[in-house]
Ligand binder design. Structure first.
Ligand code: SF4
Length: 208
């Protein structure tokens, strides 16, 4: 499912305090999503399988970048941004090309964002690294935030269960983040605001 973004302030829950052994009434313990870091050589960038929806300012920025650095983006087709309709609306998104994954959830397609390079790295990120600027300077926000999302109130914690996956549209499309290696809950992982502390910090800076 393409990654979308809209954002304002960031709200990151504090880690739950240890409970007193003498507490009189036990409130239900909130169970937080725990995550593992991704490994591109293993996941093959499955989170890029649908490309990314872009905000209007991102569309403008992408066009300028592609025009300014044609050699870096030589792998792109002419129609690198397309119009697409999906369950949550219509918008501009990065196009995809065919790509065969070793393993993928049944409902994911064998496709990959055209901005991914042959080794799976994002060409927005490789450009930023080449230039010595922040690695996410050119990357769409929905991409660097993933598996976090944001809404008008701020950050939205990653879903813990497939039932809570915001892209769970029913049996035909039962979710997105919870089917990716870095977005699915794992008891052995780190609680999400620790696992994603770089993303949380970058979000707070971008949307103070
Ligand atoms: S823009 Fe980059 S990170 Fe986002 S889907 Fe495309 S290749 Fe992946």
């Amino acid at each position: 499912m393409p990654k979308t973004k809209s954002a304002s302030g960031a709200k990151v829950p504090k880690a739950p305090k240890a409970k007193s052994a003498t507490a009189k009434s036990a409130k239900p313990v909130t169970k937080h999503t725990k995550l593992h870091y991704c490994d591109l050589s293993d996941c093959q960038g499955i989170c890029c399988s649908d490309g990314a929806f872009l905000r209007p300012e991102e569309v403008r920025r992408v066009h300028k970048l592609v025009e300014k650095y044609p050699e870096h983006f030589a792998h792109l087709p002419v129609d690198y941004i397309i119009d697409e309709e999906w369950a949550h609306g219509v918008g501009k998104k990065t196009n995809v090309r065919k790509f065969r994954y070793r393993n993928k959830p049944e409902h994911f397609k064998h496709t990959k964002c055209v901005f991914a390079e042959s080794d799976g790295k994002c060409s927005f990120q490789t450009l930023a690294i080449k230039q010595g600027v922040h690695k996410w300077k050119y990357k769409p926000m929905g991409c660097w935030l993933f598996p976090l999302e944001s809404d008008e109130k701020g950050l939205v914690s990653p879903p813990r269960t497939r039932k809570d996956d915001p892209n769970n549209l029913g049996p035909e499309y039962p979710g997105f983040a919870t089917y990716t290696p870095c977005g699915k809950h794992s008891e052995k992982g780190k609680v999400w605001w620790i696992a994603l502390k770089e993303e949380v910090a970058a979000y707070k800076k971008a949307c103070p």
